[in-house]
Write a protein that binds this ligand. Structure first.
Ligand code: GLN
Length: 313
């Protein structure tokens, strides 16, 4: 896949650009509504340290949004252990939209079905260790600085603020979780932490690097360090396959066939096992909250280079 990639990546990106017209930028968070709906970019990061890109990736940062859910999950699994985490959040896909409350009400005892939907992600964020919001977000930021190799990585205050002002649905989920003893902290503190987590800013090559670390079972090829234990990386990748693209995860598994996680900023982080990490950014979303053109681009890439893990013998 690697040798001719630069040219071919540009070609696939150009072919995918038309699909940006089929989606809409997320506007329920005003800070995200200003994104350029026609933008599309991609980066592919390899174990030898090379990174191929197409589209404008310099100076174009995106917020992680739901992609952050995989990273908080990895961190709490490392800090708290599997038993503790999965006592409070389940392992099954829901088939519902990412911000739905319905299964919280219909399943007993009330426990969010998985860590990739908002209810489950709030339960996971609640488990971040630290004395206060500042310490807990700093711990997550440090973890991400380690993975991306960017010591300056931080969250976008404006987007965090904008999310905080419009997070009433997430607030409702959090209050519901509190009522059912899944969480036991102040809801506004949890919202503060969660919105900061979602507003962490990365470049597209950094997104690809995160994907690469998962693709290599938690090893950072730049430092040779195991930054995420193998078992934790494997759990995260499994959730990416079963729940990473919200209620379109089954379709994505058929069309693309690689572990991936999307966010409403239009980012998708993908991990091609053993091979490479991919970051794409296309803010125009489909009705389930996935980047329309980003999906198409990954689909083309997967088909051209036979990346699907389900097509292997
Ligand atoms: N911050 C967003 C929210 O909670 C993240 C959701 C997403 O990316 N799907 O609504």
């Amino acid at each position: 896949m690697k040798n001719h990639l630069s040219d071919e990546l540009h070609q696939l990106l150009n072919e995918s650009l038309i699909y940006t017209a089929d989606g809409k930028v997320a506007d329920y968070i005003p800070g995200l509504a200003q994104a350029d709906p026609h933008h599309l970019s991609i980066a592919v990061s390899y174990p030898d340290g090379t990174c191929h890109t197409a589209g404008e990736v310099e100076d174009k940062k995106l917020t992680l949004q739901s992609i952050s859910k995989v990273l908080t999950l990895a961190l709490v699994l490392m800090d708290r252990g599997e038993g503790f985490v999965f006592q409070r959040v389940g392992k099954e896909p829901t088939g519902d939209p990412f911000n739905s409350i319905i299964k919280l009400e219909t399943i007993s005892p009330s426990k969010p079905l998985n860590p990739m939907i908002n209810a489950g992600a709030l339960a996971v964020t609640h488990m971040l260790v630290g004395a206060n919001v500042e310490e807990r977000i700093e711990k997550l930021l440090e973890f991400l600085r380690l993975i991306t190799g960017n010591p300056e990585l931080t969250y976008n205050e404006e987007i965090a603020q904008s999310e905080m002002e419009t997070a009433d649905l997430n607030r409702s989920l959090a209050y519901y979780l509190k009522e059912h003893d899944v969480i036991n902290e102040d809801v506004e503190d949890l919202m503060d932490l969660y919105t900061k987590q979602c507003s962490i800013e990365v470049t597209v090559p950094e997104l690809a690097k995160i994907g690469l670390v998962f693709a290599l079972n938690g090893q950072d090829p730049d430092s040779g360090r195991q930054v995420i234990p193998k078992r934790v990386a494997s759990i995260c990748k499994t959730f990416m396959v079963t729940c990473g693209m919200y209620n379109a995860s089954g379709e994505f598994a058929i069309c693309v066939g690689v572990p991936a996680k999307s966010g409403v900023s239009g980012g998708i982080m993908a991990a091609v096992p053993g091979k490479c990490g991919i970051g794409v950014f296309g803010p125009a979303l489909d009705d389930k909250g996935n980047s329309v053109a980003g999906w198409k681009l990954l689909e083309k890439l997967s088909s051209k280079y036979d990346l699907s893990m389900f097509s292997k013998v």
